[in-house]
Design a protein around this ligand. Structure first.
Ligand SMILES: *Cc1c(COP(=O)(O)O)cnc(C)c1O
Length: 454
């Protein structure tokens, strides 16, 4: 880290050209951020919270620079969104060209190539080599809603199965599908009907093998819902907000197999896990699971709002013409950004980079776990790793420690995120454009955080 008295010259251009360093020139938050926070308080609804009290000026590579000139190491990627890096060159170039050509026509009125190019690419990179089609939307929640609409029409059935600890969004249907009450659901009901919850495979907490956990979930679906009523089973192959829960090997294939045998569509919500985050294009690839429907968003477009439902062509085409769409879905600038993000992924072999980052994070976290028994488990895959904190020797969640270590990291210029049903999971989602040096420095700060809060 460098510490200087003078704030660097004001900059508004980010991307990988930003100095790749942790640099603290004021307290966090600095005076300018504090002024802006007061202004936020005056004009922005309190319901929209913020994790870190700094206002951003530029970001790129592995850093976020705030208005006071502090340079923070980013271990969050805006929640797994800027996987290709913030203001990544191909994203910026293609989006700028598109902005200058036209900003919107509405694909449902007059179509354009970018939308079709994104759908063609999704068919290529998503699991399975069967004929696939896609529809584009603005947010992850909107994609999940539409996947359910498609599954219902395609099967003629109503029920939707989801899992404990699931997160699928904040709209009415997706709130029903999301598991955690606070802050996502509290007071926001009544919720959509025909959503049923099954137990998730959670090896730390249930000790079951994948086959055993699948049998437990399938029993609930079979006996309490009835396979014949189910349109789809929606599942995150590695849970995101719910705590980076990695199901035991064999769980996903067994659930997918049961779905296929019973005419239930297997819907993989890869909104957080997709686009190389886990070291494969999609987390489903890891166990060779081929979903009938897959939802993507977050990492798809380098930060611009875009989401997709991709599925077997005959399932996607079950919906009547005009049944899917929206004013902005597949906006041309967002599509151009997505094509730019894909270019970055391919040019820089970001699947390989995600694996290397994963291995590096794993060794830091394993070493940390050896000296801090509060770390009950290190888990995750690729550049999506987490530690779950529990009272030593138990599985009693320790959210207070997670909050304390997180606060320390923030004060020292490292952006970390927590998650989990009990808020006791520390998750690490660095941009795949981060350098090894920055990564090592950030985990040094995390280690200090554990030492000083012990
Ligand atoms: C973030 C997320 C969503 C919701 O996406 P939004 O773009 O915030 O609506 C849905 N599912 C998963 C797995 C997510 O991580």
């Amino acid at each position: 880290m460098t510490t200087t008295d003078a704030a660097p010259a004001s900059t508004t251009s980010g991307g990988p050209g930003l100095p790749q360093e942790r640099r603290l020139v004021t307290e966090i938050p600095g005076p300018l951020s504090q002024e802006k926070l007061a202004r936020k308080k005056e004009h922005v609804a309190d319901g929209v919270g913020t994790m870190l009290p700094v206002f951003v000026q530029a970001a790129g590579g592995g850093v976020i620079v705030d208005v006071d000139g502090n340079s923070l190491i980013d271990l969050g990627s805006g929640i797994a969104v800027t996987s290709v890096g913030n203001a990544a060159p191909s994203v910026v170039r293609r989006a700028q060209e598109q902005l200058a050509a036209f900003t919107h026509t509405c694909f449902m009125i007059t179509p354009y190539d970018g939308y079709v190019d994104v759908c063609a690419t999704l068919a290529e990179v998503t699991p399975g080599d069967h004929p696939k089609k896609s529809a584009l939307f603005n947010s992850g929640a909107e994609a999940v809603e539409n996947a359910v609409k498609i599954a219902r029409v395609a099967t003629g059935r109503d029920a939707v199965a989801v899992f404990d600890h699931a997160y699928h969004g904040r709209t009415n249907l997706t709130m029903a599908m999301t598991s955690k009450n606070m802050p996502y659901k509290d007071g926001f009901g009544p919720f959509a009907g025909e959503v049923y919850r099954a137990p998730m495979s959670y090896p730390l907490r249930d000790g079951l093998s994948g086959e055993q956990a699948a049998a437990r979930a399938i029993d609930v679906l079979d006996k309490q819902v009835g396979a014949g009523n189910l349109a789809c089973v929606a599942i995150e192959p590695i849970q995101g907000e719910g705590g980076f829960v990695v199901p035991a090997p064999g769980f996903l294939p067994a659930v997918a197999e049961w779905c296929t045998a019973n005419g239930v569509l297997f819907l993989a919500d890869e909104i957080q896990t997709g686009f190389c985050r886990t070291g494969d294009w999609f987390a489903s690839d890891h166990e060779g699971v081929v979903p009938d429907l897959i939802t993507t968003a977050k990492g798809i477009a380098g930060g611009l709002p875009l989401a997709a439902v991709t599925g077997r062509a005959e399932i996607m085409d079950a919906v009547h013409v005009g049944g899917l769409g929206g004013t902005y879905g597949g906006n041309p600038v967002a599509c151009a950004a997505a094509l730019g993000a894909l270019e970055e992924i391919r040019t820089h072999d970001l699947t390989g980079r995600a694996r290397a980052i994963g291995a590096r994070m794993d060794s830091h976290l394993q070493a940390l776990a050896e000296s801090h028994p509060v770390i009950a488990e290190v888990r995750g895959r690729g550049a999506m790793m987490a530690i779950e904190l529990c009272t030593p020797g138990s599985i009693t969640p320790d959210a207070a420690r997670a909050a304390a270590v997180s606060a320390y990291c923030h004060s020292q210029g490292v952006v970390t995120l927590t998650c989990g049903t009990w808020g006791n999971v520390f998750r690490f989602l660095p941009p795949l454009s981060i350098s090894d040096d920055l990564l090592d420095e950030a985990f040094g700060v995390v280690a200090e955080g554990f030492a000083v809060t012990a």
